[in-house]
Design a protein around this ligand. Structure first.
Ligand code: FAD
Length: 638
């Protein structure tokens, strides 16, 4: 596998402008002759499809929900970063670039991150022009708040519903193109295979989730925008439908999978409350602007009511340990610190797996109305779920799986190792290295979709003969359809004794316990052994009711869980080989005073896995990372 990053050489601040100028263009009159498939219609996919159609390409867009409006992006709460420096507090493109490289613990590609920071400012203009109702100051200018890992306020927001509002903007742009006949939308349709002919992606095979019909679709290029794989852990803040199927099946067709072990655990989620749960709820990081995180100083106080614990008996441990960033320390650091307090017996709530997020001081300072104005919907959501009123009692929070920095490897042009197959948004290994900063996922998805892919895909298509559209009735598509059908039939034929969910839950438990916030050689080897055994049992004993020719959610889930059962092993293998701690990847063998200890000499690279066929160990390749602008240093938030 050849990993050519195609990063421009020369000064980084002009790299993207030079790259854009060097890219080949497709004549406007020829654009309609090119067909592009976009899989996914969240912020990344929806913006990609709308932008390409606006340019004149012939676009087909697929999603498994009944409407693009239901993509998981809708769940994003807190905000979207941009280096506008409206606050005049010292922000700049360079600072956002610096914060992101450092926040990712020096495991991202400099050229991509700089480009992301540059286009961040355009995203806000684009969205505001589309009518996204960002919060505003009294004088009408757009408001900002702070997110973790930054000392400036650069996060634009729409109350606690930023993702929803941004998605409505994307959706209206997409609908406009659907109405104009430039995008053909395929809702409730799931990608089950990527077709590769003569080394190029030529189309996809999908299943209509209502009728069960399997069909093939060809295109000159395919863009995957299928989101993250956090649900490998079963319990996560992700929507239940989030899965790895599209990217994992692309991996099996030859696309390199980068850094699968880089998963993000978010520090502020509502703690697990029982065995029956299938989903965890995020309390947005924006709450850490005003909420103070604490646990009792003495384990003996952990069972007391928070109001009965005096101020001097409270440990505001983030403020104590990281005075420079305090409650806005980055997610990986804040999550590990919470675990440390709970492991020390000072956790609160059921099972001692919780810490307080307390608004008492902010309410005293600003008044309840002001706090309600900023976070009202989040407080209401918390009260509905826990039955506790956060205006009166501190919230209880605990870390949970939230985001995946790993994904399909892409070069600077967002192209995977398969020519013609591109990947955008959370689905690619992206710009976040080993830890994503809050409010940077929405930024990346929209940067990819609105401002980057339009150039890079055009550059690719300019070299493709418009007459070369593959025949969806051709042999490669038929073979793929046969394989897809055979897999579905196999799942239906097992008729075993265990539900799909019970396998998913067991997998998630293993992943969380052995490959979660802390990982060790021993735990990872144990996880791999358990996953292998579980996968074998799945294929012998799972029960999938119903048929293949109708709406069958059990069958959909079974296919996704089957992929998780293979992919999770890859994730653990990646974690096992990476003998260092960085960002969200914490190997207990590699730490100094409880902080992550990187090994730049051996691991300053992207790890890219190549599928080698069933039963064979995947091959590990590396893309070395070079830091010419932000110099490698131990990350400190103290
Ligand atoms: C609770 C929560 C809050 C968050 N808050 C923030 C925030 O405040 N700021 C921030 O920057 N980030 C936030 N994030 C992260 C951010 O929301 C996501 O990273 C981002 O929205 C992902 O967008 P996407 O377009 O890449 O993928 P998604 O929105 O997940 O969209 C994936 C699309 O792919 C489709 N798809 C997937 N698989 C298939 C398949 N096999 N076949 C067909 N279609 C498929 C789906 O139907 C969907 O349309 C939050 C995440 C969560 C979970």
């Amino acid at each position: 596998m050849k990993l050519e990053s195609r990063s421009p050489t020369g000064p980084i601040d002009t790299a993207w402008s030079r790259a854009k100028f060097d890219m080949k263009l497709v004549n406007p009159a020829n654009k309609r002759k090119y067909k592009v498939i976009v899989v996914g219609s969240g912020l990344a996919g929806g913006s990609t499809a709308a932008t390409l159609a606006e340019l004149g390409y012939d676009v087909a867009c697929f999603c498994f929900q009944d409407s693009p409006r239901r993509a998981h992006s809708i769940a994003a709460q807190g905000g979207i970063n941009a280096a506008k420096n409206y606050q005049n507090d010292g922000d700049s493109v360079y600072r956002l670039f610096y914060d992101t490289v450092k926040g990712g613990d020096f495991r991202s590609r400099e050229s991509n991150v700089h480009r992301l920071s540059e286009v961040s400012v355009d995203i806000i203009d684009q969205c505001a022009a589309m009518g996204v109702p960002f919060a505003r100051e009294y004088g009408g200018t757009l408001a900002n708040r702070s997110f973790g890992g930054a000392q400036v306020s650069r996060t634009f927001y729409a109350r606690g519903q930023t993702g929803q509002q941004l998605l409505l903007g994307v959706y209206s742009a997409l609908e406009r193109q659907i109405g104009a006949g430039k995008v053909k939308m395929f809702p409730r349709t799931e990608l089950l295979d990527v077709v590769v002919e003569n080394g190029r992606a030529t189309g996809i095979v999908v299943r209509d989730l209502v009728t069960g019909t399997i069909t093939s679709h060809s295109a000159h290029a395919v863009v995957l925008a299928t989101g993250g794989y956090g649900n490998a852990f079963f319990l996560s803040t992700n929507a239940k439908g989030c899965n790895v199927t599209a990217t994992y099946r692309a991996y099996k067709k030859g696309a390199g999978f980068a850094n699968p072990c880089f998963t993000q655990i978010h520090p502020t989620c509502i703690p697990v409350s029982g065995d029956y749960q299938s989903k965890l709820t995020l309390m947005s990081e924006s709450l850490r602007n005003d909420g103070r995180v604490w646990v009792p100083k003495n384990a003996a106080d952990a069972a007391k009511k928070p109001g009965d614990i005096a101020d001097d008996a409270r440990d505001y441990y983030l403020e104590r340990k990281y005075p420079a960033f305090g409650n806005l320390s980055p997610r990986d650091i804040a999550s590990r610190a919470a675990k440390e307090q709970c492991d020390d017996g000072r956790g609160v709530g059921p099972g001692g797996r919780g810490v307080y997020l307390d608004f008492r001081d902010a309410i005293q300072r600003e008044g309840e109305d002001k706090i309600a104005e900023k976070y009202g919907n989040l407080f209401e959501m918390y009260e509905r779920i826990t039955g506790e009123d956060p205006y009166k009692v501190p919230m209880r929070i605990y870390p949970a799986v939230h985001y995946t920095m790993g994904g399909l490897w892409v070069d600077y042009n967002l192209q995977t190792t398969i020519p013609g197959l591109f990947c955008v948004g959370e689905a690619n290994f992206s710009d976040h290295g080993a830890n994503r900063l809050g409010a940077s996922a929405l930024m990346q998805g929209l940067a990819d979709g609105y401002f980057i892919i339009s150039y890079t895909l055009g550059n690719y298509l300019a070299g493709v003969d418009a007459k070369s559209l593959a025949n969806p009735q051709g042999a490669a598509f038929k073979t793929s359809e046969t394989e897809v059908k055979a897999k579905l039939d196999k799942l239906l034929a097992i008729r075993g004794k265990r539900s799909v969910d019970s396998f998913h839950k067991e997998l998630g438990h293993t992943m969380w316990e052995d490959c979660g916030m802390a990982r060790s050689r021993e735990s990872l080897e144990r996880a791999i052994a358990k996953i292998t055994a579980l996968r074998e049992e799945f294929w012998a004993n799972v029960t999938v009711q119903g048929t293949n020719d109708s709406f069958n959610q059990s069958l959909e889930k079974a296919g996704r869980v089957a992929d998780f059962l293979e992919f999770s092993e890859l994730l653990c293998k990646d974690a096992l080989v990476r003998e260092e701690s960085c960002g969200g990847h914490f190997r207990v063998e590699h730490q100094v005073d409880g902080e992550a200890k990187r090994d730049d000499a051996s691991f300053c690279h992207v790890a890219v896995w190549e599928y080698q066929g069933e039963g064979n160990a995947p091959a590990r390749h590396i893309e070395p990372l070079v830091f010419d602008n932000v110099h490698l240093a131990t990350r400190s938030y103290k």
